[in-house]
Design a binder for this molecule. Structure first.
Ligand code: ATP
Ligand code: LTN
Length: 334
């Protein structure tokens, strides 16, 4: 025990990590590593809630773990593990599912969006936020660093933790979301009204951590811009440039008003040219470490095995208490 508050967060192995994931979540996990007692999970069970290719899931899990290590997650200071390696997540998910209501799950925006237009909506997609709640409260996490899109799921998590505590007695910590004012919702480069997403069919809508420099230059050059020519932050009237300014500001660590001053009287194309270089420079050390890890996949697998062992110890102790509180299992022999 470190005495620090615990932070938990998860990421799905559904595709290449993009700069939205990085700026909205992963970068904050890394920056806050000394502040919290950290647990990060590659949530492969969540990645099964939409049709997927079984032969790809494992390689994506390793890819995402490599990206987290390359971005600076330090296994000495953080537990990093694969969700399905710790069975207690699914057990607690079931128990919380008996407390969650159909009405509240039906209201989840992510469920509505991801089920839209599909003929066959899996019950797993509906249950997705209950598994997420289990992930978090299983470890008594106090803080959940995520992007803006996860706010509603963390609110549901809080409701379920409180409901469990009220029904069965004080058992779980009720977590708080940690959503930063800047970068929590990086928008698509192709459509600034949609969030940048791994599952967007247009690969030019996102910049991935592994994109080579020329690819980054091309994607930034092609990114949609707003009418007018002024480099000014105005999310209402200039959503595309505002998004690019946010990306620039976070990668270069320069404030947005300062960037507006620097680019006053200069056009979009000069701004975009510099932005591409700022992203390339920011991603360069991560890409170098990714190459090193790709040459040594054993390191990643061993790190995940050790992380799962540490997570399992915490999870199994917690579930023994939960089972007892819920009246599950046999009474002890005297
Ligand atoms: P998918 O598109 O497959 O649903 P995703 O890109 O939303 O995936 P997740 O694995 O669901 O990625 O999310 C990992 C973390 O990244 C979460 O904390 C999420 O809030 C954050 N995140 C995802 N997209 C963005 C974005 N565009 N801007 C900021 N943060 C984001
Ligand atoms: N639902 C999240 C991924 C996720 C998560 C979690 C995030 C699963 N379990 C626990 C924080 C805490 C997403 O789609 N981004």
């Amino acid at each position: 025990m470190t005495g620090k508050p615990r932070a938990f967060s998860g990421i799905q192995p559904t595709g290449g990590i993009h700069i939205g994931n990085y700026l909205g979540a992963i970068r904050n996990w890394v920056l806050q590593q000394d502040q919290y007692d950290n647990i990060f999970s590659i949530v492969d069970l969540h990645a099964m809630t939409l049709p997927y290719d079984a032969s790809e899931l494992r390689s994506r899990t390793i890819e995402v773990a490599s990206a987290l290590l390359a971005a600076g997650i330090d296994p000495q200071r953080s537990i990093l593990f694969v969700q399905s390696d710790v069975r207690e997540h699914t057990e607690l998910c079931w128990i919380l599912g008996t407390l969650a209501t159909f009405g509240e799950l039906r209201r989840m925006t992510q469920f509505k969006e991801k089920s839209k237009g599909s003929e066959r909506v899996g019950a797993g997609l509906f249950f997705y936020p209950v598994l997420q709640a289990a992930d978090i409260i299983l470890y008594d996490a106090a803080v959940v660093p995520v992007g803006e899109d996860q706010k509603q799921h963390i609110e549901l998590t809080r409701d379920l933790a409180l409901r469990f505590n009220n029904t069965f007695g004080e058992t779980f910590v009720v977590p708080e979301p940690d959503i930063k004012p800047a970068g929590a919702r990086i928008m698509s480069l192709a459509d600034p009204t949609k969030k940048m997403s791994k599952s967007d069919p247009d690969p030019d809508s996102r910049i991935e951590l592994r994109d080579p420099p020329d690819e980054i230059r091309r994607k930034v050059r092609r990114a949609v811009t707003d009418s007018g020519a002024e480099v000014r932050f105005d999310e209402e009237r200039k959503p595309a440039i505002s998004n690019l300014l946010t990306i620039y500001s976070l990668f270069a660590d320069v404030s947005i008003p300062e960037l507006e001053r620097r680019y006053a009287g200069k056009g979009y194309s000069e701004f975009k040219r510099d932005l591409a270089e700022v992203i390339i420079t920011g991603l360069q050390p991560i890409q170098q470490r990714l190459d090193e890890l790709a040459a040594n996949p054993g390191i990643v697998i061993r790190t995940l095995q050790a992380g799962a062992a540490r997570a399992r110890a915490l999870a199994s102790a917690k579930m023994a208490v939960v089972r007892e509180r819920c009246g599950l299992g046999l009474p002890p022999l005297d």
